[in-house]
Design a protein around this ligand. Structure first.
Ligand SMILES: [Zn+2]
Length: 407
């Protein structure tokens, strides 16, 4: 795609009112724009990354057999009263009176989906069932200072599973942990699964997926030997409780969580199924979240450097940034256009009439995996630079084209 046609408002300096690395870089590079605290517009490059992250999440959930739905963000109080969460979440949930009814903007969808399933009157033949959505959620966040990692409006993937018994729920619950590991691996992130307290359901079983980063607001205890990790909220042993070796406390970003509710919703909201003897039994329910917009911020935090963003190829808005430098002859112009022609959807061609310095600075800031320079100086060759390592190679234009078709 031609850079002159896209809307990429890069800035010479990071915005003064942002404190987080991801908030600074994503805005300076023109990926997002802050409207007010914790609320961002996603611009063409940022939206491409967000969509790529969402696609990876969709692919892995669909492969596991979950089905995608889309539920309303605007919800009635009456449902939330069934679990008492209208009251317990009132500090963080946007709630108001609409005529003679009370409504709220949801930060989670357990009440809505449990109501949906109970009204469908399932039988044992319909189970298990896994439904997920990727949807904008709202949370009245007092500390909206972490860029897109802690927004008041944010994109989430939330999956809910329904089971006839605890054994079936437990098997599905562990299966989703495998799905999550696959998703984070595909995004290039090393995640640690930790046991955690259950948020508003502290007595129930829950887990978090944490990515180590100095930008994180969480702290996890990570074993130096085995794969053990635990949120330090739960205590601070100096040694790994699993293998006895030394453990270290590290800062981390929570990118996913899973909640095993057992039969809580089945009992509390009367969500039942008919078993093979015709008897109504409570359903077993679990929910599983991934912060989609938060993951974009996490990737920016983990990989970004002093020159700008550095995107893993799996989520990069384009594979390569083609820069034209200096006065090109007709053949060189053709070479540059050839990249755009052959690989249109995966190439960003900087066709703007700007100084080389300006183009190089913007390319570093935007952080596409490869930079291809077509310049008067190089003749028939092009210079290919890997953004993450800085490694440079000179190759023919045809070879560079072939290379990009394989990565
Ligand atoms: Zn250990």
């Amino acid at each position: 795609m031609l850079q002159s046609k896209l809307f990429i408002p890069t800035q010479a300096k990071p915005p003064a009112d942002e404190v987080s690395k991801n908030g600074k870089l994503l805005q300076q590079a023109g990926f997002v724009d802050k409207l007010h605290a914790g609320v961002y517009s996603w611009l063409p490059l940022g939206l491409r990354v967000l969509n790529r992250v969402a696609t990876i999440i969709r692919e892995e959930h669909n492969a596991f057999g979950a089905s995608e739905v889309l539920m309303p963000a605007l919800q009635p109080k009456v449902l939330w009263d069934e679990t008492g969460r209208w009251g317990t979440l009132k500090e963080v949930m946007y709630q108001w009176q609409d005529g003679d009814k009370h409504v709220g903007l949801a930060s989670t969808h357990e009440e809505v989906i449990v109501d949906l399933i109970r009204r469908s009157q399932p039988t044992y033949r319909d189970l298990p069932k896994g439904l997920y959505q990727i949807q904008w959620k709202f949370r009245n966040e007092p500390r909206a200072k972490s860029g897109v990692m802690r927004g008041r409006e944010f994109l989430m993937k939330d999956l809910y599973s329904f089971h006839a018994n605890v054994a079936d729920l437990d098997a599905y619950y562990s299966g989703i942990h495998g799905v999550y590991q696959k998703i984070f691996n595909r995004l290039g992130l090393e995640s640690h699964i930790t046991e955690a307290s259950g948020g508003t359901f502290t007595k129930r079983h829950s887990h978090e997926f944490q990515v180590l980063s100095d930008a994180g607001e969480d702290r996890v205890l990570v074993c130096t030997e085995c794969d053990y990790a635990q949120n330090v909220e739960l205590g601070t042993p100096e040694k790994c409780p699993q293998c006895g070796k030394a453990a270290a406390i590290k800062k981390s970003i929570e990118v996913g969580n899973t909640f095993n509710f057992g039969d809580y919703y089945g009992q509390t909201m009367g969500c039942t199924y008919t078993d093979d003897k015709g008897v109504r039994q409570p359903l077993y329910v679990a929910s599983y979240g991934i912060g989609v917009s938060r993951l974009v911020g996490t990737i920016a935090e983990v990989f970004g450097d002093e020159r700008g963003l550095v995107w893993p190829i799996a989520v990069a808005p384009f594979k390569a940034h083609v820069l034209t430098i200096g006065k090109l002859d007709d053949e060189q112009k053709k070479q540059a256009q050839q990249f755009e022609k052959v690989l249109s959807e995966t190439i960003l061609l900087d066709d703007r009439d700007l100084s080389p310095g300006h183009k190089f600075t913007d390319a570093d800031l935007i952080g596409l995996p490869y930079r291809i320079v077509v310049s008067a100086r190089q003749g028939k060759n092009v210079e290919v630079t890997t953004r993450s390592s800085g490694e440079q190679k000179i190759m023919t234009s045809a070879d560079a084209l072939k290379f990009l078709q394989t990565v």
